[in-house]
Design a protein. Structure first.
Length: 297
């Protein structure tokens, strides 16, 4: 399996964006079967470059995360990345996770501070653990053996009361600590991403800044997601979601169209890749990638 930093470098030489997907660990056996037997085979028809698997609030899915990355890498020969958070773990426990990841052939880690258990409330540092994600990035970098990604927030992190530019400067500290690339939180207004990218460029950033895209599947669901993560829904989009709140089929079609247009503008602006939050579904993401002409034969 490749380092993701090398995948981005290769895609740049080939003159194309990297295409990647994110999954979450299913909560049921049926969800797991659907991921391996339906979602992954359909997404693999696009010949993506890599995928990632989330860690769960409070580090609640550690074993599942590593297990899913391991299985997809083995069964589908696709480079994977495991999310890793500071929440609920001592430094020694984080070292154990990294040792297990390496033993399973996992070579890429997305280093995050993480959300508290249940995804609600304030972050509380674990005794003997890390308080900030840049500390986790530095820890992984010093151990060696991984390509390290980190998260960026085009609208600023919801917990950063000092404002988005302060949050963006903190992102630069994570890059300086050893992060090879940045995957962003979902957003719906590309101007937010362009301001974010340009600000980091002004600080001397040279690593890949990859926008995170979520094709809307359900109007109520996306409103809940954005409330939890602090992303903004532009007025025009909100009016359309209100209109489609009781029509999931129409919402899916609209979501494909909106994501396609959003990605077209981002590609014209030269983004190095597109990272799709798939929600463990294939149809919408496949439609967007094919609309963009990025499905490789």
């Amino acid at each position: 399996m490749e380092f993701i930093r090398d995948i981005h470098a290769r895609c740049k030489l080939e003159g194309r964006p990297a295409v990647s997907f994110e999954f979450f660990p299913p909560k049921t056996d049926e969800g797991e079967r659907a991921l391996y037997e339906r979602t992954m085979p359909e997404l693999m028809t696009l010949k993506p470059d890599y995928f990632s698997v989330t860690y769960g609030a409070g580090g609640s899915t550690r074993d599942k995360t590593l297990g899913i990355v391991d299985r997809i890498q083995r069964d589908f020969s696709l480079t994977g990345m495991a999310h890793l958070t500071c929440v609920g773990s001592t430094i020694a426990q984080l070292a154990d996770v990294l040792d297990e990841a390496q033993s399973r052939g996992i070579r890429n880690i997305l280093a995050l501070r993480g959300d508290p258990p249940g995804g609600q409330g304030d972050f509380v540092k674990t005794e003997g653990g890390f308080e900030f994600s840049h500390q986790l990035v530095s820890f992984i970098q010093k151990r060696g053996g991984f390509s390290i990604g980190t998260a960026g927030f085009p609208e600023g992190h919801i917990a950063c009361v000092e404002g988005r530019e302060t949050d963006w400067r903190r992102l630069k500290s994570k890059i300086d600590a050893g992060a090879d690339f940045v995957l962003t939180q979902l957003f719906f207004d590309n101007e937010d991403f362009f301001r974010f990218r340009d600000f980091l460029s002004g600080l001397g950033n040279k690593v890949s800044m990859v926008p995170g895209i979520i094709p809307i599947l359900n109007a109520s669901q996306i409103k809940k997601f954005t409330t939890l993560c602090g992303a903004r829904i532009p007025d025009r989009l909100m009016r359309e979601l209100d209109r489609l709140v009781d029509d999931d089929a129409a919402a899916i079609e609209f979501g494909i169209q909106y994501a396609t247009e959003q990605c077209e503008e981002l590609l014209r602006a030269g983004v190095p890749g597109l990272h799709f939050y798939s929600l463990n579904k294939a149809r919408s993401t496949c439609s967007v990638v094919r609309n963009l002409g990025l499905a490789r034969s």
